[in-house]
Design a protein around this ligand. Structure first.
Ligand SMILES: NC(=O)C1=CN([C@@H]2O[C@H](COP(=O)(O)OP(=O)(O)OC[C@H]3O[C@@H](n4cnc5c(N)ncnc54)[C@H](OP(=O)(O)O)[C@@H]3O)[C@@H](O)[C@H]2O)C=CC1
Ligand SMILES: CC(C)(CO)C(=O)C(=O)O
Length: 309
């Protein structure tokens, strides 16, 4: 299977490195030309839980320099998905498939509008971090869930799952409820990322007091009203309990939104709490908690240079 990865950032470089080491024909497509030159000339350092080594991938800035991939994995930030469609089109073989493992909602819909019936979706808890140009850290093994949007288990989806399994980065589950997986992760990110960012807390400290617990409760309840109205089936029975378990399981983490804010990068708020608020509005449901969290994070992004203290 020929694989192209669009976005050789943290997750793309970790997945790419593991796929290359597993012997899969994998090319990285990255828009940052300095990074492409650096990695073309020297490879990149990949360290962390799977060891410390240098990966020498094939990496290109122009997707038309690839050979027609059977699988194009989109691992750009959610706000870059629309702009990446041209690169996906250039990289994709005529009968190739697209896979999104991005956080938030809307990525599948954006890609599927461009490549109808050819997009798989899912989630991964594999952890990745960019340390500096040319250096990425594999911060954790994790579970990957993927499937077809209509829930069918097809031979083509099985082949993708088998290829990803070769990374040995954690179990890869072929599921009949991939949309439910995406929404389940959405709720976890909605209830942890924005509040812990605003409170400047590590994940474990968010539910450490009754107010933080109440905040999680209010966010999850609001999300559940949207999920139920849309008829989405989550992959766990008690989402609130799961959010608290994730906080405890990742207690020392600064969540990805907090890391983006600290680094002065744009966040994925439009695809998490803001997307939930928009879904609610479309459904005629009130979602003041998600709406307020989204406005606070967007205000935080807009006032980066005005912070006091
Ligand atoms: N990191 C993690 O552990 C996990 C991340 N995710 C999700 O995966 C997605 C990617 O995250 P992450 O890897 O951390 O993000 P990064 O910002 O580290 O990587 C994204 C990369 O994609 C590049 N890019 C953007 N648009 C294009 C394009 N059109 N063509 C080629 N390259 C492009 C960016 O370039 P530039 O530098 O110019 O912006 C950047 O290098 C997000 O949705 C995230 O939520 C999910 C699970 C785990
Ligand atoms: C699960 C969690 C909250 C772990 O930090 C995460 O996915 C993130 O930081 O985006």
């Amino acid at each position: 299977m020929r694989i192209a990865i669009i976005g050789a950032g943290a997750l793309g470089s970790v997945l790419g490195g593991l796929l290359i080491e597993a012997g899969l024909d994998t090319v990285l497509i990255e828009r940052n030309k300095d990074e492409v030159n650096l990695v073309s000339n020297n490879g990149y350092r990949l360290d962390g839980v799977s060891g410390d080594r240098t990966i020498h991938p094939r990496i290109v800035a122009d997707a038309s320099d690839t050979d027609g991939a059977d699988l194009v994995m989109v691992v750009v930030k959610s706000y870059d998905t629309s702009a990446a469609i041209g690169a996906v089109r250039e990289a994709l073989a005529p009968d190739g498939l697209v896979l999104t493992l991005q956080n938030g909602i809307g990525n599948f819909e954006t890609l599927n509008a461009a490549f109808p019936g050819r997009v798989l979706l899912g989630t991964t808890t594999i952890g990745a971090m960019a340390v500096e140009p040319g250096h990425f850290k594999h911060t954790g093994f994790g579970q990957t869930h993927l499937g077809e949007a209509d829930g069918k288990i097809l031979e083509r989806t099985r082949a993708v799952a088998e290829a990803l399994e070769k990374m040995k980065a954690g179990p890869v589950h072929l599921v009949d409820n991939a949309m439910g997986c995406v929404w389940s992760k959405l709720i976890i990110n909605a209830a942890i990322n924005a509040p812990a960012t605003l409170l400047r807390l590590r994940n474990g400290d968010l539910p450490s007091n009754e107010h933080g617990k109440r905040l999680i409760h209010e966010i999850v309840e609001e999300c559940l009203r949207i999920v139920n109205a849309k008829g989405i089936k989550l992959i766990f029975d008690d989402p609130e309990e799961r959010v608290i378990a994730v906080c405890e399981g990742t207690a020392g983490n600064l969540n990805s939104m907090f890391q983006d804010v600290l680094a002065g990068r744009r966040t994925e708020i439009d695809f998490i709490n803001n997307a939930l608020a928009e879904e609610a509005e479309t459904l005629g449901i009130s979602a003041p908690v998600n709406k307020t969290l989204a406005l606070l994070i967007k205000s935080l992004e807009a006032t980066r240079d005005k912070r006091v203290g």
